[in-house]
Design a protein around this ligand. Sequence first.
Ligand code: 5RP
Length: 227
Amino acid sequence: MSEKLKRIAAESAVKEVKDGDVVGLGTGSTTYYAIRALGDRVREEGLSIKAIPTSVDTRIHALEFGIPITTFEEFDQVDIAIDGADQISEKLDLVKGGGGALFREKVVASNAKRFIVIADESKLTKRLSMPVPIEVLPFAWRVAERALIKMGVKSVAMRRAKGKVGPLITDNGNYILDADFGEISEPEKLETEMNKIVGVLENGLFPSSMVSEVHLGTKEGVRILKK
Ligand code: 5RP
């Protein structure tokens, strides 16, 4: 069921893409449906777009589905960015980075004219409470971990590579720390505080000020949430 809800949310967002758009493409299983639907529009409607992918995985999927790729060297903004989320609060703040792509996702989202979040309804919650993924430079990961402990984090764990010994390495060559703060009452403040830590590249809190709308797949159809 959740696959269907992800797909309808993704397809709803892809309808918002216009001819000539530069599109930011997020990462994850929900975004996969968006990439596929966008590829269908390119093929069937002759839609002329270019995409900036947020991960190596997404780049490969986009190329597979016939979507031309571009970069921030060619364009200073994307017209529309479409991406998933791990948790969405009622106020539309997000936790992202479950797939480890949060840095490029934040670069894209913060340079998007419109940022549309796609998710199935299980991601919606009153307040954010998931551990926040933080991308840290390998040289400084312990330094960053100690600073998070000083900030009052409940627990912090280095993300491990699936099926391998050792840390997960991001597309940028860094590590991910998953930091559990319990319920997050001031996401924007926490986002800023974490980014002040030396060794932190970026974190997975995406404040609602970045989000234009959320397309939520529900059993009754797609709900569009706006601030
Ligand atoms: C990757 C992300 C994803 O958007 C997030 O993890 C949601 O993934 P999925 O659509 O597979 O549930 O932030 O870094």
